[in-house]
Design a protein around this ligand. Sequence first.
Ligand code: NDP
Length: 285
Amino acid sequence: MTAYLMDGKKLAQKLRESMKKEVAMLKEQGITPGLAVILIGNNPASRTYVNSKQKSCKALGMNSLLIEFPDTISEETVLDKIKELNDDHSIHGILVQLPLPVHISDMKVIDTIVPEKDVDGFHPINIGKMMTGQDAFLPCTPYGIMELLHDSGISIEGKHAVVVGRSNIVGKPIGQLLLNEHATVTYCHSRTKELTTYTKQADILIAAIGKANFITASHIKEGAIVIDVGINRDETGALCGDVDFEQVKDKASYITPVPGGVGPMTITMLLHNTLQSAKNQLQHS
Ligand code: NDP
């Protein structure tokens, strides 16, 4: 059996086309969705992500504001800038590109963004709402994975989902979103003993580990749905996921490729959240 390829690039394009029309309609009503991105320091990977986010915003007709600070900037200055953006009606989404220099607290930064503009879905209020099944900005990568599962017509209810990885931005929230849709969820992490015992039980396996080609055919059961979140470089320097795609594709029923799977969906859901925030502003004006 060769797995059905869950094409995140294609779905992302489809969603972006429809968002582009919505942006044009909003503009006719006097609102241009705007995303402010704060980039601190000179981490090349962060800069690449930020450039990509800006480019994607512009392609949809949204405004994109980049605020750059050197990595010597004080925490107070960053927090003051966020407060200014919180009050700026032309800005609907605020994100601070992680990781931050050690002297700036991730938590303080995230807490300072008003939940209504927290388009990354990292604010405790949005996380709490997600956990209790209320309307909230969902974190973009888990949200993108759910969209991919829905688009592929996969029913989640009653399935055993095993999530390998428990980060606040991917592992924990994707488990919660799957639970909200009635999956039975198991979390695994670096202290899990006998990892394969769990992964082999998975109807849906989410790999969010950050280790190149870590999940092999021996980790999964025949017919599993395999979602690869990882973005890594292999020993040749080529981009690869956490799943050994060549091995696993012949045993899984569905699989996401890297690149072209979860990655394109992440930025798409960021754009979606920013557009939603602008629509919310229109409703409340
Ligand atoms: P983190 O490093 O924050 O988390 C990695 C998780 O994997 C941790 O919970 C860790 O366990 C667990 N882990 C590490 N080693 C093992 C092991 N041997 N066995 C089982 N579990 C293990 O990473 P992120 O969640 O931020 O990202 C994961 C991957 O996804 C990375 O490759 C990242 O680049 C990619 N990513 C991709 C995105 C996309 O858009 N496609 C978006 C975000 C991330 P413990 O908690 O015990 O340390």
